[in-house]
Design a protein around this ligand. Structure first.
Ligand SMILES: *[C@@H]1O[C@H](CO)[C@@H](O)[C@H](O)[C@H]1NC(C)=O
Ligand SMILES: *[C@@H]1O[C@H](CO)[C@@H](O)[C@H](O)[C@H]1NC(C)=O
Ligand SMILES: *[C@@H]1O[C@H](CO)[C@@H](O)[C@H](O)[C@H]1NC(C)=O
Ligand SMILES: *[C@@H]1O[C@H](CO)[C@@H](O)[C@H](O)[C@H]1NC(C)=O
Ligand SMILES: *[C@@H]1O[C@H](CO)[C@@H](O)[C@H](O)[C@H]1NC(C)=O
Ligand SMILES: *[C@@H]1O[C@H](CO)[C@@H](O)[C@H](O)[C@H]1NC(C)=O
Ligand SMILES: *[C@@H]1O[C@H](CO)[C@@H](O)[C@H](O)[C@H]1NC(C)=O
Ligand SMILES: *[C@@H]1O[C@H](CO)[C@@H](O)[C@H](O)[C@H]1NC(C)=O
Ligand SMILES: *[C@@H]1O[C@H](CO)[C@@H](O)[C@H](O)[C@H]1NC(C)=O
Ligand SMILES: *[C@@H]1O[C@H](CO)[C@@H](O)[C@H](O)[C@H]1NC(C)=O
Ligand SMILES: *[C@@H]1O[C@H](CO)[C@@H](O)[C@H](O)[C@H]1NC(C)=O
Ligand SMILES: *[C@@H]1O[C@H](CO)[C@@H](O)[C@H](O)[C@H]1NC(C)=O
Length: 758
């Protein structure tokens, strides 16, 4: 639906591309008109910026289309195939809507570079690609191509880089590829390739080898890789490895810089790693490694990035004070293990440190305050005690959720503090919210829920221009949530999630309370939805070709426990457009402001267990994304507005225990709710209640039946950092709605994997 709203299908006159022959420009124009294209691409200069013609002949030799321009079928008779002088063709990241890959590509026999990744191509790879013997680079990644690679690739002896990952290729691993004299980059991962891995000859130039998630039936003996003398990057994730081969020295000891062995069913720390003196990046997550992390690991001279997520590590070999502290490690993620005891002094140059979901005890070492480069500190879900270290200011992310920390949140945020995320929820903190938070102009996520903080409502946080999520749930906050002296809109500029439930807030809300709450008033933007159809993997891969292996960055994602009943959620929406308010369990009174209808992006509203009076605002009908609405246990009277029938996403509504009367709006979303959602009112009638509206009604006297208090509790990604996450999670948009269980699983996996794949 939204695709049609954003694609312009009128024909556009292309201005001539510089230096191109008129007939060539004409061909390009015809090519463009074969497709629908996104509005950005209607600008000729934008479309043509990647066209290069030969100075002497005026023929098109290079064509690089911008990301996400074209949508439609690429046919055999496409004008593209008339551009026979093409040497470089990059059509990656367009959408050829499940076209087969045309055999006419085989006519472009001058091609040296052919990039067709992430395009929705489907079906058999054409054997005519065999003709493209000048190819040095071929990328077909992230399509749904199938076929036997061996026959297609056999004659492409000039290949330097080949990427066919994330397709449905079958057959055996084409071992002749290892004999190609120039091949330096090979990615076959995520295909159905089977058989065993054989490396017949030495492959002198091979630097990057990715064979993750294939269908290899045998265990891989690492020693067969010995002949790959230049290997710098090796990814064997998702394969089983011969345990004994991990104990021996292997000949790539000098060259290997990146090693990824995720989900390899490894149970002992692989000792061959000890001799990899140039290793910079080690990914050992999702294995079954037990016991201590060996002390020699910390003396690998170049190791900067270490992922040990989801194993069964219990501790560290050697002295906690010294061993790690002297290592060159900058990124360390040990989440989801069984580490216990005190936390070691972190490496001196640490940047990102994560140890969430372990059983660390004792105090958070003060030495963390000494680590000047520390940017992300995630020690959530452990058993730390004592005080929060007084050095939060210069960290981008501090997550200490679910520990046993006491005392105040240190009031020492200085001017220019870089804090973007602060989560100290589920501890035993007391005192007030530190006023110096005002110095954190970058703050976007603040979670202090489930503590014993005693303060008035922090109106002053309105001054923070980026604050998107604020949760004060289950504390001892008190007083009005609207300034009593001059009733005015709350108007936090960027706020999307406001949870203040289970405190002691009082007073009423002025009618304009929800005005000027800009972020939440916006509806999802269609074009961005469409553009979200890429994964972080792709971005990562593109960088790999540029020789930038270091783009494998640690990514932290803000998360929070959502407690709205009946919520079903689209992944991408969670990330960009998700908005919710929870004021439940306070002592709020007066009417629910009509201005709530301005918050169009809200998907969940919980105002239950207060003392709201008056009618249910009709304006709820404007909150068209609403999926969960809980107004139960108030003193609302009058009828339920019939307009609520328009809320087509409404999965959960509860208005029980109020003073409502009249007919329940009859519509599938509402009458499909359980009876308990309407019970305990003065005089409601109609489905799902048994009381008919056409007989005389007496107020229901029976006790409302015990309601299921087990809320759907699940962790969701609220705001992501960086384009990788944004693209990665927005993918769900086009597909479907997901159930929470599905989401938990995937969310945890996303957060655990640290980098792409898995
Ligand atoms: C083509 O012309 C451009 C400038 O017009 C020049 O920079 C480039 O070097 C020329 N290329 C060849 C191959 O002559
Ligand atoms: C191919 O084009 C896409 C889309 O513009 C771009 O992201 C990618 O970097 C290009 N690939 C190469 C190898 O230049
Ligand atoms: C290409 O073929 C399709 C049918 O396969 C036809 O509808 C279309 O008109 C043809 N285009 C040209 C430019 O010949
Ligand atoms: C290209 O491949 C096709 C099919 O494999 C073949 O018929 C044709 O002769 C080849 N040669 C050229 C130059 O197109
Ligand atoms: C491919 O290479 C084989 C030899 O390995 C040769 O017989 C055949 O003619 C080549 N095919 C093409 C299309 O170049
Ligand atoms: C994986 O390989 C086995 C044979 O080893 C085969 O039976 C199975 O179908 C393959 N799976 C896929 C998804 O190709
Ligand atoms: C993992 O390794 C154990 C032996 O260490 C073996 O029993 C088990 O089958 C392996 N699991 C898989 C999925 O390969
Ligand atoms: C942990 O790793 C195992 C494989 O060893 C995998 O099956 C499991 O799903 C992983 N757990 C999480 C939460 O990612
Ligand atoms: C924290 O300690 C308590 C006992 O004091 C224990 O029951 C709980 O499992 C521990 N939690 C973690 C995450 O280790
Ligand atoms: C912080 O570092 C300084 C030297 O850089 C050292 O003297 C001091 O003991 C360290 N403090 C902690 C708590 O590690
Ligand atoms: C902001 O930080 C400065 C020191 O850099 C401090 O003097 C000031 O009191 C802080 N602001 C607030 C509101 O606490
Ligand atoms: C550290 O984490 C931040 C936040 O996720 C990220 O932006 C940054 O790239 C990471 N740094 C490294 C070196 O991975």
């Amino acid at each position: 639906m939204f695709i049609s709203s954003m694609l312009i299908t009128t024909t556009i006159n292309l201005v001539a591309a510089q230096g191109c022959r008129p007939d060539q420009t004409e061909t390009l124009k015809r090519f463009k008109n074969e497709f629908a294209f996104s509005s950005r691409c209607s600008d000729d200069a934008y479309f043509l910026r990647g066209v290069t013609c030969d100075n002497a002949t005026g023929a098109v030799t290079e064509l690089k289309l911008p990301i996400g321009c074209l949508l439609g079928t690429l046919r055999d008779n496409s004008s593209l195939f008339e551009l026979s002088h093409l040497r470089y063709l990059n059509l990656s990241f367009n959408n050829f809507a499940s076209s087969p890959l045309s055999s006419a590509f085989g006519q472009l026999h001058n091609l040296e570079v052919l990039l067709l990744s992430t395009n929705g191509f489907l079906g058999q790879v054409p054997s005519s690609l065999r003709n493209l013997t000048k190819l040095t680079q071929l990328q077909l990644a992230h399509n749904k191509l199938t076929g036997d690679l061996t026959s297609v690739l056999q004659n492409l002896t000039n290949l330097v880089a080949l990427d066919v990952s994330s397709n449905e290729f079958y057959g055996t691993i084409p071992s002749f590829l290892f004999t190609l004299p120039l091949l330096s980059y090979l990615d076959l991962s995520e295909n159905h390739l089977s058989g065993s891995l054989e490396i017949p000859f030495s492959s002198p130039k091979l630097q990057v080898l990715r064979l993750s998630y294939l269908n290899i039936s045998h265990q891989i003996d690492l020693r067969i890789l010995s002949s790959l003398k230049s290997l710098s990057y090796l990814d064997l994730s998702g394969n089983s490895l011969t345990p004994t081969s991990m104990d021996s020295d292997i000949d790539f000891t000098k060259s290997l810089r990146f090693l990824l062995l995720s989900e390899c069913n490894i149970s002992e720390f692989p000792r061959f790693v000890k001799s990899l003196k140039n290793l910079e990046y080690l990914y050992l997550s999702h294995n079954r490694i037990k016991g201590n992390v060996p002390d020699w690991l910390w003396s690998l001279p170049r190791l900067t990035t270490l992922y040990l997520i989801n194993n069964s590590f219990t501790g560290f070999e050697g002295s906690l004070d010294h061993v790690l502290a002297n290592s060159p490690v900058q990124v360390l993620d040990m989440a989801y293990n069984c580490f216990r005891g005190s936390f070691p002094n972190p490496p001196l140059y640490i940047i990102n440190l994560s140890a969430w979901n372990n059983s660390f005890t004792g105090e958070i070492p003060l030495s963390t305050c000494n680590r000047t480069f520390l940017d992300v500190l995630d020690l959530s879900y452990n058993n730390f005690t004592g005080l929060i270290p007084p050095c939060l200011s210069n960290r981008n992310v501090v997550n200490l959720r679910k520990n046993k920390l006491e005392g105040n949140i240190p009031d020492e945020f200085y001017n220019g503090a870089s804090t973007q995320t602060l989560d100290v929820g589920y501890n035993q903190l007391t005192g007030k919210l530190p006023r110096s938070l005002l110095n954190c102009t970058h703050l976007r996520f603040l979670s202090v829920d489930d503590n014993r903080i005693s303060d008035s409502f922090p109106f002053w946080l309105k001054a923070l221009p980026s604050l998107k999520t604020l949760t004060l749930r289950s504390n001892r906050f008190h007083g009005p949530i609207s300034p009593p002296d001059r009733p005015s809109p709350l108007a936090f500029p960027k706020l999307q999630i406001l949870e203040i439930s289970h405190n002691r807030f009082t007073g009423s809300l002025p009618n304009n309370y929800f005005e000027n709450w800009s972020a939440t008033s916006l509806k999802p933007n269609d074009e961005e939805k469409y553009m979200g159809d890429y994964t972080s993997d792709n971005i990562y891969e593109e960088n790999m070709y540029m020789g930038d292996y270091t783009s494998d960055k640690y990514m932290y994602q803000d998360t929070l426990d959502l407690q709205y009943k009946g919520l079903y959620m689209e992944q991408g929406k969670v990330l960009t457009f998700y908005s919710a308010i929870d004021f439940s369990g306070n002592k709020l009174e007066g009417e629910i402001p009509e201005s709530i209808g301005l918050l169009k992006a809200l998907i969940a509203v919980n105002l239950s267990s207060n003392s709201f009076t008056g009618h249910i605002p009709m304006s709820f009908a404007n909150v068209s994304e609403l999926e969960s609405l809980d107004l139960s246990k108030n003193k609302l009277s009058g009828e339920i507005p019939q307009e609520l029938r328009r809320l087509s996403y409404l999965a959960y509504i509860d208005v029980s225990d109020n003073h409502l009367t009249g007919e329940i709006p009859q519509g599938t979303q509402i009458t499909g709710q359980p009876k308990s959602s309407f019970e305990g009112n003065l005089g409601l009638c109609g489905l799902p209640l048994e009381e008919s509206c056409f007989t005389e009604n007496t107020p229901s006297i029976e006790e409302p039946e015990e309601k299921d208090e087990g809320v759907l509790k699940w962790r969701a990604v609220a705001i992501g950092y960086g384009p990788g996450v944004l693209f990665g999670l927005a993918i769900g948009h086009l597909v479907a709605l997901y159930k929470p269980e599905w989401f938990i699983k995937n969310y945890i996996q996303n957060r655990l994997r640290g980098i792409g794949r898995v």
